[in-house]
Design a protein around this ligand. Structure first.
Ligand code: UD1
Ligand code: CA
Length: 451
């Protein structure tokens, strides 16, 4: 299959965003808007993106990575000028080339395929994407002739008042026959209201040469371009709904889509229920038959099947099958939690490994710790992991019973089946089955095998 080049314009300043950050790196559902454009291209077929960068070029390269080619536009002299920068990379192409804007992230692979198909079927020099919208403010308008064919394109700044009333807009997504595009580019001028080289003028030039120009109608939602923070919020809402629709179509229950926030790329298994006011961010994966929320916040969480997470925050941690978390637990990064574990109210865990069937209810801090299976952590237990200079590890072996309000001063190890008394401050290792009580704790006896 022939690989089709796609020029993605991402060099603009994005003045209307009022931001120090390049516009195309502003995020929607956790990913830079430019990422969605590249993703749509990837899903559309065998496409080789060429990203035109300029303002904040290094940031864009870093955020998007090496999967695409970059060309730099030294000065933002307009969309036509941006495409000119990619021209040297298109010289050997005689088939189609896609041209997209990095600030139009809702464009779908289906529309891109329709544009390509339409260009192939008609042999058109240019196929543009149009849409009829309620409010065309800010967009270039598509002008039709008496025969209904595209007769012109005009930027809003250059519109007459009659043209301003036209509600059919140019979405800025095109497929050109590459030789036609390359032929048109040198004819662009800056003779317009904004003093820029307009890409739509390349289409106009082709029209004037009598070449075939076609338009494919997209839906008004997918052509939304982001020029301001208000647009950003609006498009975020559309993107969020799309992500939730995809989850629901795959068998996830979303109780209230209006208050559920799921980042792009998050995976959720079948028959999981997501309750209101929950956010699933950054590379989170949730298994099947889970109950998430209300008020669950997951960031980089890897959650097994049948897990319940109620009103809690889980950051960059793994949760085993059948475990329950919350309400009001905070799992900071680096935890690996086993199966059927119970983590309850006001428990904070950081960098802890927790074995199967262990219980950590009520107001505990477990940091830099390795807990075995079937351990019971009493209310108010603290692993004192920091001595003011360094962090130390607490080891708690299988079936240890930690009494309420125990302070475990790390580094320390409690052997299998050990017990601590309520309120004890344990500063020395406790041997297997040892019962340690007091401040500082002393081993007063050993549990019998059947105890
Ligand atoms: C552009 C179109 C307009 C269309 C609208 C659709 C032109 C002249 N206008 O207007 O017809 O209706 O998009 O959303 O094409 N860019 C560069 N280099 C530049 C200028 C822009 O790379 O020198 C990039 C920007 O980063 C952006 C895209 O091109 O991703 C569009 O630029 P923008 O200034 O937002 O164009 P609009 O005014 O929205
Ligand atoms: Ca724009």
């Amino acid at each position: 299959m022939v690989v089709i080049p796609a020029v993605v314009l991402a060099a603009g300043v994005g003045k209307r965003m009022r931001s120090a950050r390049p516009k195309v790196l502003h995020t929607l559902c956790g990913r830079p808007m430019l990422w969605f454009v590249l993703e749509a291209l990837r899903e559309a077929g065998e496409v080789a993106p060429i990203v035109v960068i300029g303002h904040g070029a290094d940031h864009v390269r870093r955020a998007i990575g090496d999967g695409v080619r970059y060309v730099e536009q030294p000065e933002p002299l307009g969309t036509g000028h941006a495409v000119m920068q990619a021209a040297p990379l298109l010289r050997d192409t005689d088939g189609p080339v896609i041209v997209l804007f990095g600030d139009t992230p809702l464009i779908t692979p289906q529309t891109l395929r329709r544009l390509l198909e339409h260009q192939r079927a008609t042999g058109a020099a240019a196929v543009l994407t149009s849409a009829v919208v309620d409010d065309p403010t800010g967009y270039g308008r598509v002008l039709r002739g008496g025969d209904g064919r595209v007769a012109g394109l005009v930027e809003e700044a250059d519109c007459t008042s009659a043209q301003r009333a036209v509600r059919e807009i140019n979405a800025g997504a095109y497929v050109f026959r590459t030789p036609d595009l390359l032929e048109a580019l040198p004819h662009l001028t800056r003779d317009n209201a904004q003093g820029e080289f307009y890409l739509p003028d390349a289409v106009l030039w082709l029209l004037r040469q009598g070449r075939c120009v076609e338009a494919v109608e997209g839906n008004p939602e997918e052509v939304l371009g982001i020029n301001s923070r208000r647009h950003l919020a609006h498009v975020e809402g559309v993107m969020r709904a799309r992500i939730l629709d995809r989850l629901m179509d795959a068998g996830v229950t979303v109780v209230d889509p209006a208050t559920t926030f799921v980042h792009a790329g998050v995976e959720v298994g079948q028959d999981t229920v997501i309750h209101p006011f929950s956010t699933l961010g950054e590379e989170t994966r949730v298994g099947q038959d889970c109950v998430i929320g209300p008020h669950a916040h997951l960031i980089g969480a890897r959650v097994g099947d049948e897990v319940t997470i109620l009103a809690s925050t889980v950051e960059h941690s793994e949760i085993g099958e059948g475990t329950t978390i919350g309400p009001y637990a905070h799992l900071r990064p680096g935890n690996v939690i086993g199966r059927r574990v119970e983590i309850g109210n006001y428990a904070e865990l950081k960098n802890a490994r927790v074995g199967d069937h262990t219980k950590i209810h009520h107001m505990s801090y477990i940091g830099d710790a390795v807990l075995g299976a079937r351990v019971n952590i009493g209310a108010g237990t603290v692993t004192c992991n920091f001595d003011g200079r360094a962090k130390h590890v607490t080891h708690i072996e299988d079936e240890v019973f930690i009494g309420s309000d125990t302070m475990l001063v790390a580094p320390i190890r409690l052997g299998r089946g050990a017990v601590t008394g309520a309120g004890s401050v344990v500063t020395k290792d406790v041997p297997p089955r040892g019962v340690a009580v007091g401040v500082p704790a002393r081993v007063i006896r050993y549990r019998a095998k059947d105890e």
